[in-house]
Design a protein around this ligand. Sequence first.
Ligand code: GDP
Ligand code: MG
Length: 296
Amino acid sequence: MNVHELLAAARGGSLRATGRLLSLIEGTGRGEVLTALDGLPDPGALRVVGLTGPPGAGKSTTAAALVTAYRDRGLRVAVLAVDPSSPYSGGALLGDRIRMAAHTADPGVLIRSLATRGHLGGLAAAVPAAVRVLAHLSYDLVLVETVGVGQSEIEIAAVADPVVVVLTPGAGDAVQAAKAGLLEVADLLVVNKADREGAEQTVRDLHMETDAPILTAVAAKAEGVPALVDAIEAHHRADTPARRKARAHAQLLSLAQSRLRGHPALEELATAVSEGRHDPYTATDLLLKALSTGTP
Ligand SMILES: Nc1nc2c(ncn2[C@@H]2O[C@H](COP(=O)(O)OP(=O)(O)O)[C@@H](O)[C@H]2O)c(=O)[nH]1
Ligand SMILES: [Mg+2]
């Protein structure tokens, strides 16, 4: 099947065709898929909710509970997991096998791990492309799960709105999150595992560090999930042209940077600067030129 046939099949409900399209997006077929989408009518915006936080905080469990909540409201939902340490298989890694087992058989739910590591611009480049594909396939909402380490939370902030940061109770969690830069990208905070000790203290600590709304949850029991859905809705309702522009701004910079970072001329120019053959200004001009003319 060519890309157009795949798109037609995916729009007709074939999850296999959808999977093939997303595989193309992860690799060198991305450009071809995006070009094919350009020829289609604008599907309108799709809501993208980011879930980020430390490993084990309960992001996947929260995602599963949110899927249930949104399915109850009749929305078609996709979950994109960008977690190099734990690739999804079916739904088994979502922490709640029974709940997710129901979703795997549900044609209104797509669960997919995205391999974005180390090639073709990473998360910043792959996720917006995947989101565009899903918008054309009549999904209403995409949950993007990323591990909050390093570059990924900055990249998720450019793509998702709101970004929900999931943390757990525990001494120093708030401080750790602040240090990791997670609080800067948080539109909403969830202190999950509130069935454990210290949740209220963690909420108090977090209030000292951020003005973002803070909720508590026991995702494993879907407790606090209706309030989280409400907070996400409220965040969407409060969206403004200025905020949309700020997101577009971040997304463009993020994409531009990922293209520059992946450009083969970067290595060579960095060598030239380090050996004193170019000054950094000239080298930067040359890098931008190489990118715009498409020369390697
Ligand atoms: N006690 C407790 N455990 C939870 C809760 N939510 C998730 N877990 C467990 O925490 C572990 C990690 O959850 P997971 O969703 O995979 O975390 P992720 O790495 O952030 O995606 C799993 O064993 C979950 O069952 C909760 O609210 N309370
Ligand atoms: Mg997970």
